[in-house]
Ligand binder design. Structure first.
Ligand SMILES: Cc1cc2nc3c(=O)[nH]c(=O)nc-3n(C[C@H](O)[C@H](O)[C@H](O)COP(=O)(O)OP(=O)(O)OC[C@H]3O[C@@H](n4cnc5c(N)ncnc54)[C@H](O)[C@@H]3O)c2cc1C
Length: 379
């Protein structure tokens, strides 16, 4: 088997695949190396929600818009259905409605609508929304089924973009144009290390320098409720988690009110995202628990809180048919970073819960700069 390439990418999660795509678009030969034969990490455990609204205003919001356009280009080529588009964020507090109003006055509100309860019911007549003060409706988001989409991107990269996927191997070191694995070495002039939340195997000093820790989330799948959700749904709690909203001055009174009214939800890092799959089932989450070694267990107490928030927004709760936890890299210091740690060796980590939404844009930026080459249109 060929072991010499222009570019090696470590990690077949969405960040690694994004780097592989960008490198292939510069015309380089690319190998992707991962310890597993298929993605098993954060990239297949998430909502598949390419979120634009609410991303941090100055860097993540533009990255998400760029990445959303890459998703729209890649998805049909890779045979990935777009399950839903857009977002609706109905809020039940006046303080939350004030945040949405302020948000609409920024450039981030472009092409969005702020609706009354009545207007929302007219727009999404089938959805059993509980009474709300106001609702933000955005056309910008995309939703894919992550557990199917990520393997399909890999298969498409291999089939159509000429990317090689190496047999499973753990990378032990990257130095002097060599990628050292437990199953032999590869040679590559440039290496992009995209290890997700693996803090210890490769370059732990780089992870420590960027204050990278881990974040564990609980997720649920609910049986098909008998209606179609016209678009993904969020709620008041999301306005305190997403920096695009929470950094607005109007978010401070809401945070105080939520602390008084939903303190247990905030303590568990809970906010509501509900999205719908092709079979009608709903993916609902999530909670956030931070630490280098979060406990691996799924807690019924946290599920109950998430379902309480679901009921407050959408009424009756269908039966839970699946539960899982996911872990992503997290940092209080930055949302993502890339670091050149030796000639030709770059480490890129998305350190917040937005890798699905931004990785394609980050891959283009990092690879374009590192290889000093234009990222060509996909043929
Ligand atoms: C429950 C949950 C919900 C989320 N929801 C959203 C969402 O709605 N929208 C959004 O934008 N983002 C969301 N995220 C965040 C998003 O999933 C992550 O930011 C993203 O998947 C990170 O991708 P990654 O490629 O860095 O990591 P991963 O998918 O974890 O991939 C890293 C890969 O690197 C490999 N690897 C690491 N070290 C080595 C080594 N030494 N040798 C060989 N292989 C190695 C691993 O095997 C793994 O396959 C969510 C995350 C979770 C967990």
């Amino acid at each position: 088997m060929n072991r010499e390439f222009d570019v090696a990418v470590i990690g077949r999660g969405i960040v690694g695949l994004a780097h592989a795509l960008a490198a292939a678009r510069t015309g380089k030969s690319v190998v992707v190396i991962d310890r597993h034969a298929r993605a098993t990490g954060a990239s297949i455990r998430n909502f598949g929600f390419v979120t634009v609204m609410g991303q941090e205003r100055h860097e993540m919001w533009p990255l998400a818009r760029q990445a959303r356009d890459v998703w729209a280009d890649v998805a049909p080529r890779a045979g990935i259905p777009i399950e839903q588009t857009g977002l609706v964020l109905p809020v039940r507090r006046q303080a939350a409605a004030a945040v949405l109003k302020a948000f609409m006055a920024t450039e981030m509100g472009e092409d969005c609508q702020l609706l009354t309860d009545r207007q929302l019911r007219a727009l999404d007549a089938e959805t059993p929304f509980q009474p709300c003060e106001a609702a933000l409706v955005s056309p910008h988001e995309l939703r894919v089924e992550a557990r199917e989409a990520v393997p399909r991107i890999a298969a498409w990269l291999e089939r159509e973009m000429g990317v090689t996927f190496a047999p499973p191997a753990t990378v032990i070191a990257c130095e002097n144009g060599h990628v050292v694995t437990n199953a032999g070495d590869y040679r590559a002039a440039a290496t992009f290390v995209c290890p997700g939340d693996d803090l210890n195997a490769l370059f732990p000093e780089v992870m420590a320098a960027h204050a990278v820790t881990r974040c564990k989330l609980q997720m649920l799948r609910l049986a098909a409720p008998g209606y179609r959700l016209a678009r993904p749904v969020m709620s008041d709690l999301g306005l305190t988690r997403y920096e695009g909203y929470s950094a607005l001055p109007e978010a401070a009174p809401l945070a105080t009110q939520l602390r008084a009214e939903q303190g247990a939800f905030l303590d568990a890092g809970i906010h509501l995202i509900a999205v719908q799959s092709a079979d009608g089932s709903l993916v609902v989450g999530d909670s956030h628990d931070y630490g280098d070694a979060p406990d691996p267990f799924h807690h019924a107490r946290i599920d109950a809180l998430m379902l309480e928030e679901f009921a407050a927004v959408l009424g009756n709760v269908p039966p839970v048919i699946e539960r899982w936890v996911g872990i992503y890299a997290s940092s209080p210091r930055q949302n993502w970073f890339t670091k050149a740690i030796a000639p030709g060796v770059h480490v890129t980590v998305v350190t917040c819960g937005a890798g699905m939404s931004t990785a394609f844009a980050i891959g283009e930026r990092v690879v374009g700069a590192a290889l000093n080459a234009p990222i060509k249109e996909i043929a």
